[in-house]
Design a protein around this ligand. Structure first.
Ligand SMILES: NC(=O)c1ccc[n+]([C@@H]2O[C@H](COP(=O)([O-])OP(=O)(O)OC[C@H]3O[C@@H](n4cnc5c(N)ncnc54)[C@H](O)[C@@H]3O)[C@@H](O)[C@H]2O)c1
Length: 343
């Protein structure tokens, strides 16, 4: 792979400039912060291209990826589109010799991840996934405390998200577009879990409750599951669970609970709680998580492309949570645990 002399030589673009969270603007700003040069924006929605022009006056705008690839010499593209488009658009860009950062989830199936990784290797270009939450303050703090031995050996990691309410009438609630209820926030939580557990994936069992909300949504039969649940068995004897739900009435759960041989560590975005034991008493320590360091993602990408610094989020790393989600989907359909191909 040819190295760039300096970060500003790297011309960057985004595919998808959606209004939901203004992610396109966010990516371009973080890329700029890492020294790279915003050059192009693609969106099938012309109104969003107007917004991009207001945000970055003079930036190239295109209504299709094919047109952009024909006309622009942009080097690195971030794909920020609905989940079921990631693999196809990434492979199109990789085959055109461009470096690619795909938004999470990397893709929907393991086979899609394999095809994307093969395309990056064949074309000798970089492929990564925007796992910005790898640098969330909550996981940075959790890893520091857990790795210090404060809760002993990790035995179990439980991840939980959702609440009680009808899913939105939007692509995130469509099973065929999003991949299912586990894919949006679930992929972030699995990425936390894989860091905490640090062991090989052995097998995955998935469960799904469907149909409760479907009659009340625009998607009807294509509406995401009401609840998705996955249990992951790891080689070192640890197990993890992931539950994302629209039918949970208990408001008191935190996002992640890690149970160790000497205590428990609970966290959500803003706070953490550590429960340990001294004699017969339970000792409770509570605190606020430090700020997130999302800028570190594109800093690493720029250093990889200029100096050859190893990627933190390799495509093989990004494939692991997708493999779990894919196995959970298949397992829920088949009603049995499935062995992992990628450990
Ligand atoms: N990492 C994070 O913290 C984070 C936060 C929010 C969203 N996301 C991810 O970002 C991605 C997009 O989510 P969003 O909230 O921005 O969605 P969105 O619906 O707001 O935006 C998607 C945009 O993609 C455009 N688009 C769709 N197909 C296209 C195509 N073929 N070519 C060009 N443009 C196309 C749409 O017109 C729309 O403007 C998803 O993968 C989502 O999970 C990540």
């Amino acid at each position: 792979m040819k190295r760039f002399k300096q970060a500003k030589d790297i011309k960057v673009g985004v595919i998808g400039y959606g209004g939901a969270f203004n992610m396109g603007r966010g990516h371009l700003r973080e890329m700029m912060h890492a020294g790279m040069t915003p050059t192009a924006v693609v969106d099938v929605d012309k109104e969003r291209l107007k917004v991009a022009q207001e945000d970055f006056p003079g930036i190239e705008t295109y209504a299709s990826v094919s047109e952009m690839l024909r006309k622009s010499d942009v080097h690195l593209l971030a794909i920020i589109t609905p989940h079921n488009t990631h693999a196809k658009l990434a492979i199109q860009c990789l085959n055109a010799g461009r470096h690619v950062v795909c938004e999470k989830p990397f893709a929907i199936t393991t086979a899609e991840c394999d095809a994307m990784i093969a395309a990056a290797k064949k074309n000798k270009v970089m492929l990564s996934t925007y796992h910005n939450r790898h640098w969330d303050g909550c996981i940075l703090q959790a890893l520091k405390t857990i790795r210090s031995g404060a809760i002993g050996d990790v035995v179990r990691v439980e991840a939980h998200g959702g609440g009680y309410g009808k899913p939105g009438d939007w692509w995130r609630s469509s099973k065929s577009i999003s991949g299912g209820i586990l894919y949006d926030w679930g992929v972030h939580m699995l990425e936390y879990m894989l860091q905490i557990v640090n062991s090989e994936i052995v097998e995955v069992t998935g469960f799904a409750k469907t149909g409760f909300w479907a009659p009340q949504t625009a998607w009807k039969e294509d509406t995401n599951e009401d609840e998705g649940f996955a249990v992951i068995r790891f080689k070192n004897g640890t197990w993890g669970s992931l539950c994302i739900t629209q039918i949970d009435s208990n408001p008191k759960r935190g996002m992640i609970e890690v149970t160790g041989t000497k205590g428990s560590y609970l966290f959500d975005g803003g706070w953490f709680e550590v429960y340990t034991h001294s004699g017969k008493d339970t000792v409770i320590r509570k605190g606020q998580n430090p700020p997130s360091e999302w800028w570190a993602f594109y800093q690493n990408i720029a250093e990889h492309l200029t100096k050859g610094t190893p990627l933190v989020i390799t495509p093989e790393w990004a494939r692991r949570p997708i493999h779990i989600l894919d196995l959970a989907n298949q397992s829920a359909r088949k009603g049995k645990a499935l062995p992992a191909k990628y450990r």
